[in-house]
Design a protein around this ligand. Sequence first.
Ligand code: 9YT
Length: 131
Amino acid sequence: MIIRHLDSAKKSTRRVDSAGWNSVRLLLRDDAMGFSFHITTIYAGAELPMHYRHHLESVYCVAGTGTIEDSQTGEVHAIEPGVMYALDQHDQHVLRANTEMTMACVFNPPLHGQEVHDDSGTYPPRAEAVA
Ligand code: 9YT
């Protein structure tokens, strides 16, 4: 069994900071769960174009409000506590935060630890296959 506290993880290398967000990666590839699990904070006013070509991600909004735009269709969905979105088609998207947002995120395959977005909003591929 693995037990971790967010407050301790925040003070460790599990916390990754990038432009407009930070993410505390509570579970990573080395934990051998088949996915990684993160608590991500998106800062108020952030506009994040993302495209996870090599990963599937699902995100649950715990706190705060914003929107997600499907870059292919232009469709915009409101994000608020209780809403989950899943990028099951490796969907290119833009996340916009009206207020600071707290998001619980799962990645398959799991992140290794220190990944941040490249210029196209993606994370690098790793050896594991997406099921
Ligand atoms: C919601 C979202 O995708 N934010 C970007 C950071 C990502 N969730 C991560 O690396 O934890």
